[in-house]
Design a protein around this ligand. Structure first.
Ligand SMILES: Nc1ncnc2c1ncn2[C@@H]1O[C@H](COP(=O)(O)OP(=O)(O)OP(=O)(O)O)[C@@H](O)[C@H]1O
Ligand SMILES: [Mg+2]
Length: 254
């Protein structure tokens, strides 16, 4: 059984079918990519999987258990965590506190940010802090633990986002364009990092426009265009798919 089964999932906004009856599997231990031109429905698909959007149709299951219709925090509790296309950190909290928020719960709000500093969490804090510090070390940002997230460079903020998502010990990690805004050196480090995350037993589903990164790290690729799945397979296979080539060449013309 696949870790994640996506079956005929769909979501419209008004008359626009942002995700149109998409099906695919993500197997445990894989790095699987979702690619496609701007507006193809990739982020919408992630929002459907993570529970921040409800599907109009279709089903999602994690280890055979239906997850469509669950709230984001419930999906998170079942082990699905994410990073965002637009980094979402609590700017006025330290790096360490941002990561502690992730341990508390994947999805985070201003309210939760406040709670980290209050009673309930404090009892377990020592142990939690140690795990968070380990993650910061893993991501190479240990020196920044006490700095406010707002004061970090962009690439470091991305690393904090990774640490926060990993802090909840996900089984499935959704990464939405993690290489966006990174330079070549940072992107190469990201490729290593994603492989290391997979090697720690976390299954990865990644949306990314950086084709060389995707071709390097993915076991399998799903291609979306105008909300529909137009291809799926191994990187080399997808790269040679006439429909995929047509869609990407069309994008270049535009
Ligand atoms: N909340 C929303 N309300 C209305 N339309 C939306 C909403 N979210 C997404 N869309 C539309 O759905 C389509 C798919 O958007 P989505 O953000 O999923 O694309 P994407 O593949 O992630 O694109 P990109 O590569 O630019 O991030 C787009 O046409 C977008 O304008
Ligand atoms: Mg997107």
């Amino acid at each position: 059984m696949a870790l994640l089964e996506v079956r005929g999932i769909g979501r419209s906004f008004g008359g626009l079918r942002a995700v149109d009856e998409v099906s695919f599997d993500v197997h445990a231990g894989q790095i699987k990519a979702v690619i496609g031109p701007n507006g193809a429905g990739k982020t919408t698909l992630f929002n459907l999987i993570a529970g921040s959007l409800r599907p109009d149709r279709g089903t999602l299951s994690l280890d055979g258990r239906p997850i469509h219709g669950l709230a984001p925090y419930q999906v998170a509790r079942l082990g699905v965590c994410r990073t965002y296309q637009n980094i979402k950190l609590c700017a006025n909290l330290s790096v360490l506190d941002n990561v502690l928020l992730g341990r508390h719960r994947c999805d985070h709000t201003g309210l939760l940010a406040g709670m980290v500093r209050l009673g309930g969490v404090r009892r377990r804090e020592q142990q939690q802090r140690q795990k968070a510090a380990e993650l910061l070390a893993f991501l190479g940002i240990a020196d920044w633990a006490e700095v406010d997230a707002a004061n970090l460079a962009f690439g470091q903020q991305r690393a904090v986002e990774f640490a926060r998502a990993l802090a909840a010990e996900p089984r499935l990690l959704l990464l939405d364009e993690p290489a966006a805004g990174l330079n070549m050196r940072e992107t190469a480090a990201l490729a290593d990092l994603i492989r290391q995350i997979r090697d720690r037993g976390v299954t990865v589903l990644i949306v990314e426009h950086d084709m060389s990164l995707i071709m390097q790290i993915s076991d399998e690729i799903v291609v979306l265009s105008s909300g529909r799945r137009i291809a799926e397979g191994a990187p080399r296979q997808v790269q040679q798919d006439p429909e995929v080539i047509r869609v990407y060449l069309g994008e270049e013309d535009a």
